[in-house]
Design a protein around this ligand. Sequence first.
Ligand code: TRP
Length: 332
Amino acid sequence: MENEAKKKVLSCIQPSGMLTLGNYLGALKNWKNMQEEFDCTFAVADLHAITVRQEPAKLRSQIYSTYALMLALGLDPEESTLFIQSHVPAHSQLSWLLSCYTQFGEMSRMTQFKDKSAKHADNVNVGLFSYPVLMAADILLYKPDFVPVGADQKQHLEIARDIAERFNGIYGDVFTVPDPYIPKIGARVMSLQDPTKKMSKSDENLNAWVAILDTPDDIMRKFKRAVTDSEAKVCIGEEKHGINNLIGIYSAITGKTSDEITAEFEGKGYGDFKLAVGEAVAEELRPIREKYDCIIKDKAALEALYREGAEKAGYVARKTLNKAMKKVGFVL
Ligand code: TRP
C-alpha cells in the first residue's frame, strides 16, 4: 500500500571495477538517501559493460562486487528492487523494439558515442552505437518518475524521453516520461592530483583517486598528498581548484556549508585541512568497506538476493514489455 503512494526512481550502474569517491558522492550516496522517499529500482548494468571488450573472469567478479557494494552501501533489498540487468530478459527485448523507433541520425549525435568510438577506434561495434536505446529500455520498463543521472548521462536520458514520447504519440499511453533527478547534495569530485580534471579510476596516477573500498591508510595518504595552492587560506576561490574540490568533498560528507568550513579552518594551514578531509572520508567509507568484506564472502546469500531481485524486477518489466508488444501488433 505504502509503495503505491511513493514516486518511482530508477538508476543503474556499470560493473566497471573499482568505484571511486566520485561515484559515491556523485551518485551512490544519494541512492541510499532516496530509498525512504521513493520506490527505488537499482540495477547493475552488465549488458552495457560489453560495449567495450571485457575479460570474462574479471567481468564476472566485477558484477558480483558491484552488487555486493550496492548492499554494503545500505541499499535494502526488502525496501528497493536490486538486480542484475542481464537477469531480466525484457531489457534486451524492449531494446530491440525501441531501436525500431529510434533514428540513426539521433544516435550518431550522442557525444558519448563520438568520444568512445574515438577511444576504441578498433572496436566501434553496433552495441556501442545503440547503447542509449538499451538504456532507454532499462528506464522505460519500470515507469520511473525520476532518473538520477550525472552530467555525462543527461543526453542519454533526453533520448529515453524522446523515444517514450514518440512511442506514446503513436500508440497511446504506454511509457512514463521520466524527469532527471537533481540530488540535494552531490559533488562533482575532481582528481586529487590535477583538480581541473574529474576524478577517474582510469587515472594512471594512483594518488589522484580514492576507491570506495580503499583502506583508511590509503585514503589518508592520498589526501595528504592532494594538490592545493600557495595562498594557505581555506576558502572557495576561482583559481583554487584543489581547495575547492576538498571543500566540496568535506561539505558533501559533513553537510557543512563552505562558509562554515572556512570558519572552521580559520587560521589553520592546508595540512590540517587535508587531514580533516581525509579523516572524514575514511570514517564515512569505513563501515561500507567492512560490510562489503562480509557480504562478498557469502556467495550463496548474495545469489539468493540477486535472484529474488531479478524476479521482482522481471514481474514489473514483463508487464510493460507485454503492453508495448501488444500495441505494436505482436501476438502474445
Ligand atoms: N549508462 C549509465 C552509465 O554508464 C548506466 C546506465 C545504464 C543507466 N542504464 C541506465 C543509468 C538507466 C540510469 C538509468 O553510467
